[in-house]
Design a protein around this ligand. Sequence first.
Ligand SMILES: Cc1ncc(COP(=O)(O)O)c(C=O)c1O
Length: 460
Amino acid sequence: MVETPVPDARSLGQRARDHLWLHFAQHAAFADAEVPVIARGEGVHVYDERGRRYLDGLAGLFAVQVGHGREELARAAAEQTRTLAYFPLWGHAHPKAVELAERIAAKAPGDLDRVFFTGGGGEAVETAWKLAKQYFRRAGEPHRHKVVSRTLAYHGTSQGALSITGIPGARADFEPLVPSTVKVPNTDFYRPPVHGADPEAFGRWAADEIDRAIEREGPETVAAVFLEPLQNTGGCFPPPPGYWQRVREICDEHGVLLVSDEVICAFGRLGHDFGAHRYGYRPDIITAAKGLTSGYAPLGAMVASERLMRPFLAEGASFTHGSTYGGHPVSCAVAMANLDLMEAEGLNEHVLANEAGFRAVLDGLRDLPIVGDVRGAGFFYGIELVKDQATAEPFTAQDRERVLRGHVSPALFEAGLYCRADDRAEPVVQLAPPLIAEQRHFDEIGQILRAVLSEAWRVL
Ligand SMILES: Cc1ncc(COP(=O)(O)O)c(C=O)c1O
């Protein structure tokens, strides 16, 4: 006799504990608690499986630029699935990849005219490092293979991208990683090791640290410098004035490629197509992902200078790199529809016109004693939490556990705000809502933060 399966009466949040392995998550936290299950999204809001609404203060994971539930993107995915659901970019093209590559090349700065699609951001970073290495091999500088990147910067989790990543806790259990990566200081001007009163001098120093690192390693061995336009991890460290210009000079002096890792910063997050536009520099390679499809389908891109393609145009040469899903037709179709929407709705302009209003709300929290610093740009901010505003005394490990993980994170969610309380460096609350967010949403974010951070101070 065939037995009829008994339906599982438990909630999804309970069932999630049995088989689903969450990313970067402490599963012990769910021993006595359900896993939160987000089931639906609309505009700047997401809804859990019970129908409770949350303001999405992080655009999912810095991705959902046009907001949730956009019919236009669903339609583009469905149409492409019907027309050509899948074909690889291995020696063939498909129409949406051609159109999207043209469109990205037209938006990208300078001669960044060649677009290599990947499945996501970390893969784009891997691709850029591999291109840098193979390019120099082909260009007669075979010893250039090293990469310079910044402390705390996150560039992905595959072993190459993780080697470029500078978060000690993310790396420790995977050492030895890919050798030949070098770390330099980031641009944390809240805790500057030197030139605390002078952002320009600080920026010059931070850039010159890259110069010194290249000199130490031997310029003939260094392939590339990987930097985000505005560094995410640590809580949105903006570049000091003149920083990028000096970095460009240094890379030129040493013949090193400058890679702008724009996995977060591209496609409107800073109010421009690329972060390089906002800060006025010309990289040799851009890596991008997330906002390219507003997260509706996985896609990343490495956008390279035409010059870097040249050795691969020779008879018999090829960039020996690729993947099954890089440039997936459905993802490319979604990206085209997403860029259509972003342009039609003027989202870059919307960000530039409204960033001051967003920032003012967050700056308004500085009267709370737990708020040490507020920094960022566009729709991308971090609020650093401290024990003492006057001295910038940081949280201890126990404070982080008790206050950040134990209170701030769950309380924000409970209050209806999804965002990120991050302690991979000093504790920060990070905010990066969909780019369609308006002042009323910023005001709501501000109210929730004020209540939760005031209570956190009492807990501290
Ligand atoms: C700057 C940067 N680079 C790379 C990555 C990795 O992207 P993905 O998670 O799509 O692999 C991220 C992810 O957040 C990122 O912020």
